[in-house]
Ligand binder design. Structure first.
Ligand code: UDX
Ligand code: UDX
Length: 470
């Protein structure tokens, strides 16, 4: 099938940047990203410095391709019909109710998309799962497509999971370690795989494009995320041991990672991993394993999430203990709300869990993040309080103890503790002498990212806590 028009359903952190890069690399393709959220589409069509996704390098690409061969629209049916290839990049959150609650992926958006594709299509299409999905979802999608289709047309379903990391999305898309495409071993399945391979091979070396069966592709995405998260939980578990024994986690991590069999990436101890993928995908893996009666396998992977929760909890506990004196100003500054630097995404950020813990202990919090908007920070806090069944009146009361600042020094002023949660580069550049002067006692810095210079801060008079350094 010759592809001229691509439609991507879902203009989020995955759909937006991925389609921008395909549009840049394949000027002959016309790509339209559609979304049911009109506000989001308006932002994609609006000011380049107000795009709904912040990624280094993204706005420059958008400025080149938008209106040329990349378009953003809310006309979902029309764009589905026009396209020969459709990417599904809608979100797949963890289920909040029903069978699999708290573990399984909620496929309602994917199912709705599949139904809409079936109903709006008048010609053959290649459908691509971009969203992270449980193994065997392609089968489900195929069933929905065939039950709801209006004409005798053929749908080929491929799995093409996205491995980009937020904050480095553009670079990851330009130079992917691998592109994975799963499809059926039938004549039409192999032709569909070949069509997608051709698109990626415009800029990705052919040997990095791997083709597999659909189930391997779907499972690989879950396993890749689980393995990355497992390394962080492993090193975080050791960070607690370092604090007891006097070993230094950075030395341990460096020396361990220098073994080429182990490798150095994803061994940075932190207050806990966040982001929309790791926790969700591991819980999904846990659910699937339990479903097949593999309880030991499920428990093994669940412990990765448990250690992550433990790490955030125990650091929160230490912050609270540091405030456990009479006559001190119980105000904590949370520096950084994003789940990692260089993104405006805060999903599953450790700062949300920390804020919740501090607020439930009557502590006042000041928050500063260079990229995350105040409206999102407040929404995150309201959501976590609701998830913890806090009543509306109490939510209001707790929110009255939260102030979000646009200037870091105003934020820190009169706080007695700084808890650094995101590794934004600018935090290193701050005038820490000035910060020492404007803080209240005990002038404690909890560095949840081991970002700052411990000895320097201590030489200025700060008390400090760095992860895995006693
Ligand atoms: C992606 C993946 O798709 C998800 O499976 C993965 O685990 C994380 O990354 P992401 O792009 O980060 O999701 O999600 P988000 O930024 O929330 O974007 C999804 C978009 O889909 C939203 O803008 C939402 O409005 C849109 N959507 C959702 C639709 O257009 N139609 C729907 O039916 C549902
Ligand atoms: C992850 C995967 O890396 C990516 O391949 C997949 O497509 C989506 O999920 P993302 O969540 O965007 O990407 O960012 P990532 O860089 O993996 O970081 C996830 C979390 O782990 C962040 O909170 C980060 O700060 C934390 N982290 C990462 C650590 O705490 N230590 C590390 O050594 C690495």
């Amino acid at each position: 099938m010759r592809i001229k028009n691509i439609c991507c359903i879902g203009a989020g952190f995955v759909g937006g940047p991925t389609m921008a890069v395909i549009a840049l690399k394949c000027p002959d393709l016309k790509i339209t990203v559609v979304d049911i959220n009109k506000k989001k589409i308006d932002l994609w069509n609006g000011d380049l410095d107000q795009l709904p996704v912040y990624e280094p390098g993204l706005s420059k690409i958008i400025s080149k391709v938008r209106g040329v061969n990349l378009f953003f629209s809310t006309e979902v049916d029309k764009e589905i019909e026009r396209a020969e290839m459709i990417f599904m990049a809608v979100n797949t959150p963890t289920k909040k109710e029903g069978e699999g609650k708290g573990y399984a992926a909620d496929l309602k958006f994917i199912e709705r998309c599949a139904k809409q594709i079936a109903e709006a299509s008048k010609s053959d299409k290649i459908i691509i799962e971009k969203s992270t999905l449980p193994v065997r979802t392609a089968e489900k999608i195929k069933n929905i497509l065939s039950v709801n289709k209006k004409k005798n047309i053929n749908f080929e379903v491929l799995s093409n999971p996205e491995f980009l990391a937020e904050g480095t999305a553009i670079n990851d898309l330009f130079k992917s370690d691998r592109v994975l495409i799963g499809g059926e071993n039938t004549t039409s399945g192999l032709m569909a795989i070949d069509t997608l391979v051709k698109i990626y091979s415009t800029w990705i070396p052919r040997e990095r494009i791997i083709t597999t069966n659909v189930w391997s592709s779907e499972l690989t995405k879950l396993v890749s995320n689980a393995m990355l998260a497992q390394r962080i939980s492993s090193i975080n578990s050791i960070s607690a041991l370092c604090e007891k024994t006097g070993a230094n986690i950075e030395e341990v991590s460096k020396a361990t990672g220098m073994d080429s069999r182990i490798g150095s990436s994803f061994l940075k101890a932190s207050i806990g991993f966040g982001g929309s993928c790791f926790k969700k995908d591991i819980l999904n893996l846990v659910y699937i394993s339990r479903h097949y009666g593999l309880n030991e396998v499920a428990n093994y992977w669940e412990s990765v999430v448990n250690i992550n929760n433990y790490q955030t909890e125990r650091i929160g506990e230490l912050v609270i203990n540091a405030l456990d004196y009479q006559n001190i100003n119980k105000t904590v500054t949370i520096l950084g709300w994003a789940f990692k630097k260089n993104t405006n995404d805060s999903r599953e950020s450790a700062s949300i869990y920390l804020a919740n813990k501090l607020l439930s202990n009557n502590i006042t919090i000041h928050i500063y993040d260079p990229m995350v908007k105040e409206s999102l920070i407040r929404e995150d806090i309201i959501n976590i309080l609701k998830e913890n069944n806090i009543e509306n009146e109490e939510i209001k009361l707790r929110l009255s103890r939260v102030t979000v600042f646009t200037n870091p020094y105003d934020c820190i002023k009169n706080s007695s503790i700084i808890s650094l949660c995101t590794e934004w580069d600018e935090f290193v550049e701050y005038d820490w002498k000035k910060i020492f002067k404007i803080m209240s006692d005990p002038k404690y810095v909890f560095d949840g990212r081991n970002l700052l210079d411990k000895l320097y801060l201590e030489s200025l008079g700060f008390r400090t806590f760095f992860i895995g350094k006693s």
